[in-house]
Design a protein around this ligand. Sequence first.
Ligand code: FAD
Ligand code: MG
Length: 353
Amino acid sequence: MRRFMGFVLAAALLVSLTACAGAEADPDKAQESIQVIAMDTVMIFTVYGERSTHAAYEAEDMIRELEDLLSRTDAESQVSAINRAAAEETVAVDEEVRRLLEAAEKYSLATEGAFDMTIAPVVSAWGFTEDSYRVPSRGELTELLSHVGADKLTLDGNTVSHEADVQIDLGGIAKGYASDRVAEIFTENAVPRGWASLGGNVLAWGDRPDGTPWRVGIKNPRHPDEEPFVGLLELKDAYAVTSGSYERFFEENGNTYHHIIDPATGCPADSGLTSVTVVADYAAGQDRGTMCDALSTALFVMGEEKALDFWRNSGYDFDLVLVTEDGRVIVTDGIADVFTAEDESGYTYETVS
Ligand code: FAD
Ligand code: MG
């Protein structure tokens, strides 16, 4: 069994930290960079501007508050209260949790259940919630899947209720939601430029101090702890969120089982993709970070063909870098001009429109 949490963002972090080395004494360029371990991952906030220190620590406080509300492994959290509730019992939730649950429901519907927060009992059965990995039987999965489905949960104002044995897991969307909250904090503190990385979720805010875009490395799923990357994105005022099968997995009897579950089968998604990066421009008042996180998980489940259909036809405004098991990197044309392929990676590259 191997786990790579903590290394997930090493590539992106290296790029960002190098980029930050040139900060000067000019108050407009004041810089604060903090690392936060939360939600079982490493987060980095690098913030410029006069209120950089305030903004960075406000982001940390927000993350800690969200973790207290959302953690499945904390019995005191509101998500745990929802998961403990009996059939049709109502649980009151904070405004923040309500917003996130509404978003999760919206993206479940939009992706026809490829993203589904009620997948929780299945994620737990595979041992991903408590790091106690095992391969559940087909019978067990079939029984658990009878409690999975967005329609089994009801949101009514600030209360939540559900059918018997329904549980939720917000691990596929909460960090994206948190990145939207970081953007709010940066706006409120008039942050001119900054960088936030939250375990595979990046917010590139403004440009770098030298006026060039931030650089986000996309890891090679075959060698996630080594360079070269499969490519580099240059981004300003944008989110980039990656879901990869290499991020969290275990091996048993020669098979590899990863943490992104196909709600249609109850098994790790076997879609031919090894990594999905969703990129979207920041838009004030919109949930673009949340969207990127939910879609990175959902499109991983869908696989190449359905993911590209969704990109073309869903009406959501985003772009993609898909990495396939058979060695291809597919880039959608909206970001082709800000994507640099890595010649040494061994992958072949395609741009699609
Ligand atoms: P993503 O692709 O964004 O999401 C995959 C995750 O979403 C899976 O790990 C699973 O949790 C869930 N998921 C799987 N399939 C689907 C699907 N089809 N639809 C919707 N969701 C799906 N992990 C621990 O081991 N210990 C902890 O203490 C812990 N605390 C956490 C606290 C909080 C507040 C949060 C939000 C997460 C916590 N996690 C914890 C979970 C861990 O961070 C997840 O592995 C992580 O969220 C996965 O994110 P990702 O970006 O790698 O993958
Ligand atoms: Mg996700």
